[in-house]
Design a protein around this ligand. Structure first.
Ligand code: KDG
Ligand code: MG
Length: 402
C-alpha cells in the first residue's frame, strides 16, 4: 500500500485552519490538523515544501516509522512548526489505519476506557457580575466543569474575555493587539471571583482558571493558596514552564491542582514536571505534541506518576483535532478532562464530524477513523486571513507574557 498524494488545505471559516489530506492507492484518505495560531503559513509551507515530498510512495500503515523519519530524520528536532506538521501526518495516518480496519480510532488504541468524555467550557465576562452570570449559563447548558475568566478592574483587555458570548477568539488582528497587564490588580481580584462563584453555585460544579503564563512562581503560589478554599479543578499555566523546576516552588506552597502543557511539543518539555510530580494534569494535545503516536507516549509516562490528561481544546485547534482527541480520551486510562471551546457554525460546516455534546460530556462517534472530514468546496469559499495573537505589556511598557 502506498501514499499517492497529499495536499495542504488552508481556509478561514471564522478563523484560520491548516489541514493535511493524504491519499492512498487503495482509495482510502485521511486528514490531520496542522493549525498553529498566528503562524499558520509556516506549517503549511513546512508540510508542502519539506514533508509531503517525503510521503509519496511510502506505506501509510507504518505510522511509527513515519513519525521517527519525520522527527529523527529531519535532524532539526522539535519546535512548534515541525511538531504541528508531524502531528498532522500522524493524525492522518491513524485516520487511514482505522478506516482500513473499519473501526473507530479508539478501538485501535485499546478500546473504550469510558463511555463519555468530561469536558469543560469557557465562561467569561467583562465584569465579575457578568462572569458569574456566564458560569450560570454554562451550568444551564449542562456543563459540569467550567473555566471562568473575567475582565479585571483597571486592566484593559484581560485574557480570556470574549467579544461574543460563546466564542473566544484571541487572534483578532493582522498585527498583534496590545493588551496591558498588572499582577497586583489580578491577584486581588481573582479570589473574589471564585468566592462569588462558590457562594452562587455551591460546591458541585468543577471550576477551572487559566493564568496564561502571567505570574512568577512565587506569585503563582500566592494565587494557588488564596484559591484553596474554592476547590478549583485546576489552575492552568500559572507561570511559564521553560524552566520546569520553577513549578517546584508553586507545588510546595499550595494544594490547588496544577495544569500545564498546551504549548509543549514533546515529552521532553514535561519530563521533569511529570517525574517529579510537580503537576496534576498534562495539557499536551494531538495537534501540538506529535499526534496520537507521541501523545500516547506522554500519557503512558504520566500515568506512572498519577498525572492525568487535560488536552487543550481551544477554537484554534480544528474539529479534526477534537475528533482525534476524543478517540484518544475515550481510550486513555489516565484521562482527566478535555477542554471544549465550541467552534463557530461556519467551522463546523467545513469540518463535518460525528462527535456530539450531551449533558457536560462529549461522545466520539463510531464511524471508521477519527470521524472528521473536510468539505473542500466549502473550505475554498473561506480564504486565509492574516491574524496574530495579542501581546501583553506592563503599564510602564515592559513586554510581558501574553
Ligand atoms: O492560540 C492560543 C490559544 O489556544 C490559547 O490562548 C487558549 O490558553 C488557551 C486555552 O487554555 O484554551
Ligand atoms: Mg490555556
Amino acid at each position: 500500500m502506498k501514499i499517492t498524494a497529499a495536499r495542504v488545505i488552508v481556509c478561514s471559516p471564522g478563523r484560520n485552519f491548516v489541514t493535511l489530506l493524504i491519499e492512498t492507492d487503495q482509495g482510502v484518505t485521511g486528514i490531520g490538523d496542522a493549525t498553529l495560531n498566528g503562524r499558520e503559513l509556516s506549517v503549511a509551507s513546512y508540510l508542502a515544501d519539506h514533508v509531503i515530498p517525503n510521503l509519496i510512495g511510502r506505506d501509510p500503515r507504518n505510522s511509527e516509522d513515519m513519525w521517527q523519519f519525520l522527527y529523527r530524520g529531519a535532524y532539526w528536532r522539535r519546535g512548534p512548526v515541525t511538531m504541528s506538521a508531524i502531528s498532522a501526518v500522524d493524525t492522518a495516518l491513524w485516520d487511514i489505519k482505522a478506516k482500513l480496519a473499519g473501526m473507530p480510532l479508539y478501538q485501535l488504541l485499546g478500546g473504550k476506557s469510558r463511555e463519555r468524555v468530561l469536558v469543560y467550557g469557557h465562561a467569561n465576562g467583562n465584569t465579575l457580575e457578568e462572569t458569574v452570570d456566564a458560569v450560570g449559563q454554562y451550568i444551564d447548558m449542562g456543563y459540569k466543569a467550567i473555566r471562568a475568566q473575567s475582565g479585571i478592574p483597571g486592566i484593559a483587555k484581560a485574557y480570556g474575555v470574549a467579544r461574543g458570548t460563546l466564542y473566544y477568539e484571541p487572534a483578532d488582528a493582522a498585527l498583534p493587539t496590545e493588551t496591558v497587564w498588572d499582577t497586583p490588580k489580578y491577584l486581588r481580584f481573582v479570589p473574589k471571583l471564585f468566592e462569588r462563584l462558590r457562594e452562587t453555585y455551591g460546591d458541585e460544579p468543577e471550576l477551572l482558571h487559566d493564568v496564561h503564563h502571567r505570574l512568577t512562581p512565587n506569585e503563582a503560589a500566592q494565587l494557588g493558596k488564596s484559591l484553596e478554599p474554592y476547590r478549583l479543578f485546576w489552575m492552568e499555566d500559572a507561570t511559564p514552564a521553560e524552566n520546569q523546576q520553577a513549578f517546584r516552588l508553586i507545588r510546595e506552597r499550595t494544594t490547588t491542582p496544577l495544569a500545564v502543557g498546551e504549548i509543549f511539543n514533546t515529552i521532553w518539555d514535561c519530563k521533569e514536571l511529570i517525574e517529579n510530580q510537580l503537576i496534576d494534569y498534562i495539557r499536551t494535545t494531538v495537534l501540538r505534541a506529535g499526534g496520537i503516536t507521541h501523545l500516547r507516549r506522554i500519557a503512558d509516562f504520566a500515568a506512572l506518576y498519577q498525572v492525568r490528561t487535560g488536552s487543550h481544546g481551544a477554537t484554534d485547534l480544528s474539529p479534526v483535532t477534537m475528533g482525534a482527541a476524543l478517540h484518544f480520551d475515550t481510550w486513555v486510562p489516565n484521562f482527566g478532562i478535555q477542554e471544549y471551546m465550541r467552534h463557530s457554525e461556519e467551522t463546523d460546516a467545513v469540518f463535518p464530524h460525528d462527535y456530539r455534546f450531551e449533558a457536560g460530556h462529549l461522545y466520539c462517534g463510531e464511524s471508521p477513523g477519527h470521524g472528521v472530514t473536510i468539505d473542500e468546496k466549502l473550505a475554498a469559499k473561506y480564504p486565509y486571513k492574516p491574524a496574530q495573537l495579542p501581546i501583553a505589556r506592563l503599564e510602564d511598557g515592559t513586554l510581558w507574557n501574553w
